[in-house]
Design a binder for this molecule. Structure first.
Ligand SMILES: [Zn+2]
Length: 85
């Protein structure tokens, strides 16, 4: 029992549901969406998100983090728009 509980807690820390509405795929911490949904994001938004995330990894600045978050939201919105229509 204890081992099962420990495993569950660890998984909760390291993974989360895909951010697309209605998708329950588990994603690693820091990865917004499951690979299936990332594949639906327009390429320019993917490139933007990657660039900002890489910039944040290097400089650790709040501004870089906000640009990454905006690109991430745009990516999620783009997929939600495709899947809900
Ligand atoms: Zn998903």
């Amino acid at each position: 029992m204890e081992r099962m509980l420990g495993k569950t807690q660890l998984e909760d820390l390291e993974t989360h549901d895909c951010h697309v509405e209605g998708c329950e795929e588990q994603c690693m911490f820091g990865i917004l969406m499951c690979p299936h949904h990332w594949a639906m994001v327009p390429d320019d938004i993917v490139q933007r998100a990657k660039r900002h995330l890489a910039a944040y990894a290097v400089d650790g600045q709040r501004g870089s983090l906000r640009r990454w978050q905006r690109a991430a939201c745009a990516a999620i919105d783009a997929v939600n728009a495709k899947t809900s229509g």
